[in-house]
Design a protein around this ligand. Structure first.
Ligand SMILES: Nc1nc2c(c(=O)[nH]1)N[C@H]1C(S)=C(S)[C@@H](COP(=O)(O)OP(=O)(O)OC[C@H]3O[C@@H](n4cnc5c(=O)[nH]c(N)nc54)[C@H](O)[C@@H]3O)O[C@H]1N2
Ligand SMILES: Nc1nc2c(c(=O)[nH]1)N[C@H]1C(S)=C(S)[C@@H](COP(=O)(O)OP(=O)(O)OC[C@H]3O[C@@H](n4cnc5c(=O)[nH]c(N)nc54)[C@H](O)[C@@H]3O)O[C@H]1N2
Ligand SMILES: [Mo]
Length: 775
């Protein structure tokens, strides 16, 4: 019998309750939740030990999001509810040890939910699933490395191996990992960024010459206007709310652009302030533009048109013409394109009113310092790159980059996803980087571009790659099109997961599968008798130290750095020019090499030991210098696109609840949206529920439809979701990821960034069928 695809097990959620959505975030409840989760997982002593080190100067970087700490003045408790949950999840005393894996067959583990798997605890030993075996069994580290080396050497070409990275890996481990992969001879380096901010990188590199944000925390605190589009900071970047609260106290205006009235954007109670804990909190957003899914490009172009018209009417006082002349290219063409935009299209695309547009344009004109922040609501769309380029254009028109309080702010996800890229985790690193790497180590890195995440899945599906190794993450659950991805991984001869916790990716593997347990951010890392430190880069390009504080789950767990070095020694042999053994025992030596290979890391070891570390150079931010093809900031003309809703269908966005970290489900409570005890819900406007012939509370299947460029239609189904009437725009729906990943077509990707379109899946809602009925 064919198993139902991912996440369709454990379907009955009898305890699910739905109440109205909450109108504020954080507050006393958040403090209580974080402490309760901590004590459950870690006990009282470990909880205290760990929470007092979180985000402190002598402590470790939060493994939650990439929002920076405020430079200069860290509080005693520089963390949030969800940071505390991330720590509890990692620092748990529960263990997935050889006894556990001897007692549970892989087939039985597959019947459990992602939530249950994550709750079983930390991985403690290297384990192997031999061909045809039903259970994982222990394996020596050396034997594991031998096995991997044997499989890799047996490939016809190094390009038949794929090396994934998630975004928690430290700079040191990431640098050595890409060095190992390039020494082996491939650039096949998919990473979680491919599914995350790749669109931001692509858009920003073409427009401003660097794929990173241009603002700092003090910029946000001193902005006049902050637009937050496609982001839910109350859940995913809670510490950002404290920064926004300060900005508001300084007089900033905040505009939220979102299909959903997210609690954190509307009101925030800072749990670290007495008034926040007991009072009503502060309203964060001054204005809420409830946009239709995929309408943001239209919004930005419509606003640009209104600014142009105001400029015409005021003898050129709205557009910063000096800035355009000095620093920009492509303005004339862009302006001509924008003049031709029809505001009726903008109104249809966005679902907003003319009044909304006029009010927002006035706010832009009023502001001398504007910042636009965004996250997955913008990046995971077909026209994501174009949308972000139009956001940049709106800022450029008013000279809003490279000056205090203004600029672009893509808010990153994983705590070191930006650093991993800086360290070379990219399938298309530029020649300058590869040449410097070759010079430093006397290797010859391959120049042929490698596979990103989507192309890796295609390659494994089609038999063009057959060894898969993952540095963290949960590839099977995080990628689109679960059924295809599962087949792709099962096609491999070997899959290797370097992980902290058990996940579905350990259960859907190749002919042989390996689990290599690694230390996490919170664990003490001792090598050659010395405590080692690692470094990370936050969303605002600040690089700082992180040192773990806790006793690791077992003596058999190794650091990511050590695992890479030991594997490299086995695979590349003792005469390889990279000093792998010395690197494994002294991370300062790795940093010395990084300082010679990567620009901006001079005196790395010295500067990173300064109290807040150091900030990497950013030419547009620092000196209004743009390293683009034109040596100027580019306006890019993009045809206006949006997502009309086909008759009888809905556009579904797949998003995070308040109680998960990507594929790691912490619990079953999305309290800001009023959901308790379950996750298989779909939020739909009450009007649509009625129009489609259903009732609030009905149990339904979600059926996705995607028309390929050749006109054929692909159908996919995810079983059994409860309809929840919710204030999302008419025609739009929302449900949680990863339960909905089986609905996301592999080939439906963003232009230029190849990012899966997880925020706009066309679905039908059907009465529930039995899971065995097929699509
Ligand atoms: N606690 C916690 N923290 C996290 C994570 C986590 O899972 N849990 N994940 C981390 C990671 S890797 C990332 S990338 C970030 C993700 O951070 P977010 O991007 O905030 O995460 P999502 O839940 O995907 O939310 C997307 C938001 O965009 C809105 N949206 C959807 N479609 C559109 C649209 O078309 N237009 C607009 N304007 N808005 C839209 C949704 O309503 C939602 O508010 O968070 C990071 N931090
Ligand atoms: N439908 C849909 N799909 C999405 C998204 C969406 O919004 N909708 N979002 C996308 C985004 S933005 C992202 S970033 C990806 C996330 O994709 P991933 O980064 O692959 O997924 P995570 O769930 O963050 O990975 C969690 C696993 O990482 C391992 N881990 C945790 N910490 C460490 C560590 O310190 N070291 C090591 N070695 N392992 C560790 C644990 O074993 C844990 O099970 O998912 C993407 N997929
Ligand atoms: Mo992400």
């Amino acid at each position: 019998m064919r198993r139902p695809p991912h996440s369709d097990h454990d379907i009955v959620e009898d305890d699910l309750t739905v109440s109205g959505e909450e109108h504020h975030a954080a507050g006393m409840k958040a403090v209580m939740v974080s402490l309760r989760r901590g004590v459950e997982q870690m006990g009282v002593v470990r909880t205290t030990q760990v929470l007092t080190k979180l985000n402190q100067r002598n402590g470790f970087d939060c493994p939650g999001c990439a929002w920076p700490e405020t430079p200069g003045h860290r509080k005693h408790a520089e963390f949030c509810e969800n940071g505390a949950k991330a720590v509890a999840e990692e620092a748990t005393r529960r263990q997935v040890n050889p006894e556990f894996l001897a007692a549970h067959a892989v087939a039985d583990l597959l019947e459990h939910s992602d939530y249950w798997l994550g709750q079983q605890g930390r991985l403690t030993h290297p384990m192997v699933l031999q061909p045809g075996a039903t259970h994982y069994e222990p394996i020596d580290w050396d034997a594991a490395y031998e096995l991997i080396a044997r499989e890799l050497r047996a490939l016809t070409s190094p390009d038949e191996a794929v090396f994934y990275t998630s975004g928690r890996t430290s700079n040191e481990a990431a640098f050595l990992y890409q060095l190992l992969i390039r020494s082996f001879g491939t650039n096949n380096m998919p990473d979680c960024s491919n599914m995350c901010h790749e669109s931001s990188g692509a858009a920003l590199t073409e427009t401003i010459g660097i794929g990173k944000g241009s603002v700092s925390v003090p910029d946000i605190e001193h902005a006049d206007l902050i637009i937050i589009a496609g982001q839910n900071p109350g859940t995913n970047h809670p510490r950002m709310l404290s920064t926004l609260e300060k900005a508001k106290a300084n007089g900033a205006r905040v505009i939220a652009v979102n299909p959903l009235p997210e609690a954190g954007l509307l009101r925030f109670k800072d749990p670290q302030k007495v008034h926040g804990v007991v009072g009503h909190g502060v309203a964060i957003a001054d204005d809420f533009l409830q946009i239709r899914i995929g309408g943001d490009q239209a919004l930005f172009q419509g606003l640009a048109k209104l600014l142009l018209e105001a400029d015409d009417a005021s003898a050129g006082s709205v557009v910063d013409h000096d800035f355009l002349r000095q620093h920009c290219a492509g303005w004339e063409d862009y302006a001509a394109h924008i003049r031709a935009v029809d505001l009726d299209d903008v109104i249809e695309a966005t679902g907003l009113s003319r009044g909304d547009l006029d009010r927002t344009a006035a706010a832009l004109i009023d502001s001398d310092a504007t910042i636009i922040c965004w996250a997955m609501g913008l990046t995971q769309q077909t026209h994501a790159v174009a949308t972000i380029q139009d956001a940049v254009a709106l800022l450029l028109m008013r000279g809003m980059i490279g000056k205090p309080g203004a600029g672009v702010c893509p808010v990153r996800g994983h705590s070191n996803v930006q650093g991993d890229r800086t360290m070379g985790i990219w399938e298309r690193m530029p020649e300058s980087f590869l040449a410097a790497l070759d010079d430093e180590f006397g290797i010859s890195s391959p120049r042929r571009h490698g596979f990103d995440a989507v192309d890796s899945i295609r390659a494994m599906r089609d038999g063009k790659a057959s060894v898969f190794l993952a540095m963290g993450g949960n590839f099977v659950a995080a990628t689109p099109d679960t059924a295809v991805t599962e087949t792709a991984l099962r096609n491999c001869s070997l899959t290797v997961q370097i992980s902290t916790k058990l996940s579905r990716s350990h259960l859907v593997g190749g002919r042989t599968a390996l689990i290599l347990p690694s230390l996490g951010r919170t664990d003490k890392d001792v090598r050659a008798g010395r405590k080692q430190m690692v470094t990370v880069e936050d969303s605002m390009s600040a690089v700082h130290l992180s040192r773990g504080a806790l006793t690791p789950p077992s003596e058999h767990v190794r650091s990511e750095v050590a695992i890479v070095c030991e594997l490299a020694r086995t695979l590349l042999g003792p005469r390889h020019p990279v000093p792998w053994e010395r690197f494994a025992d002294d991370y300062d030596l790795i940093r010395d090499s990084i300082s010679r290979v990567i620009p901006g890391f001079d005196d790395f070891n010295v500067r990173v030991r300064q109290p807040d570390g150091f900030v990497l150079p950013h030419p547009p931010r620092d000196e209004r210098r743009f390293e683009t093809s034109t040596a100027k900031a580019n306006f890019v003309v993009n045809p206006l696109r949006w997502i009309p809703v086909p008759q009888g269908r809905l556009i579904l966005q797949t998003m995070r609840s308040h109680d998960q970290y990507n594929t790691t489900v912490y619990g079953l409570s999305d309290r800001y949206r009023g959901i308790e005890g379950g996750r298989r819900v779909v939020f739909v406007n009450a009007e649509d529920i009625a129009a489609l012939g259903h009732a609030d509370g009905d149990r339904v299947d979600l059926c996705s439809e995607w028309t390929r460029p050749d006109g054929t239609v692909e159908y996919r189904r995810a079983h059994d979701f409860r309809l929840v009437a919710y204030p999302t725009p008419v025609g739009n729906a929302a449900a949680y990821y990863p339960e909905t990943n089986p609905l996301v077509p592999l080939d439906h990707v963003a232009e230029k960034s190849n990012t899966p379109v997880s925020k706009a899946v066309t679905i039908r809602i059907e009465r529930r069928q039995s899971p065995s009925a097929g699509v």
